[in-house]
Design a protein around this ligand. Sequence first.
Ligand code: KG4
Ligand code: ZN
Length: 331
Amino acid sequence: MLLAIETSCDETGVALFSESGRLLKHLLYSQVAVHSPFGGIVPEVASRKHLEVLPGLTKKLLDELEVNLDQISAVAVTMGPGLIGSLLVGVSFAKGLCYAKKVPLIGVDHLEAHITAIYLEREVTCPFIALLVSGGHTALFLVKDIREVFLIGHTRDDAAGEAFDKVAKLLGLGYPGGPKISKLAKKGNASKVSLPRPMLEDKSFDFSFSGLKTAVLNLLRSNKEVKPEDLAASFEKSVCEVLVEKTLRASKAYKISRVVVCGGVAANQTLRKLFFERSKDENIECFFPSPEFCTDNAAMVGINAWFKWKDKDFSSLEAEPYARAKFKKLT
Ligand code: KG4
Ligand code: ZN
């Protein structure tokens, strides 16, 4: 069996997979309540919480499945990108387990894990275009094969999830902003407030959301009458329209009629609805993981690692011929 661990940000996740790549169970400990009083994630608090929670959560997973550590044949862990303190907890814990049980360690890239999360529930034939929309990243990829992923566009400033979180803060909704904006937006009327559609004129596949956030701030300052629910609805619509338009443009430009949308913001109902409507009109197949596999979790880490494990590909640790960049010049 394969044990997978995710601790890159503020969610502690563990998952267990069978040798054949079936997800047996996954558990998640969300740190939302811990960070809420601060209005956002406090990195030091996040890493300490992972340290406190991870061993017990792993034991709980194994106990619930009546599995013992001797039955684990490989351990997968998110090795980046993410918060360094949080990553270190997962990586060190995984290394310890591998050393004790003499099993291989598989390092997983967090972004690739989001992209392959779709395979937890269905097969999607490569190539496909992947839109990754999370709190830390917003990017478009051309996935030729799950081993051959090319970046074709990315945000030049804020990630889409980050924009949701910042606008939620401006509206006094608290953290995490995405689900809160989404809930408020349901009561609002997007057409009551006009907001820009950033980067739509631009021919590249890049995004930019920080100006949109500033537009919300300016509106709040200049128009005291504006209803928060209308503003939330208009903001959500603007982000979703830009994401859908740019992704479908990429799909047409590269002549690839399959699109996978992943990452925390992919849990957004308005985004899902708009993608399905627009892709149907344009004969593009659109796939979303279930919301529980859009936001951070260890199941997506496990499925990504399983593809490597199955092919005996342990290339997450490569030989490096050059001195590491971390050795800086002494000045
Ligand atoms: O993928 P994720 O869990 O963590 C990162 O890798 O960043 O994404 C978290 C982000 C947060 O910014 C959160 O506000 C956003 O996803 N998010 C949403 C929704 N659920 C989570 N944004 C919009 N609508 C949602 N329903
Ligand atoms: Zn993530």
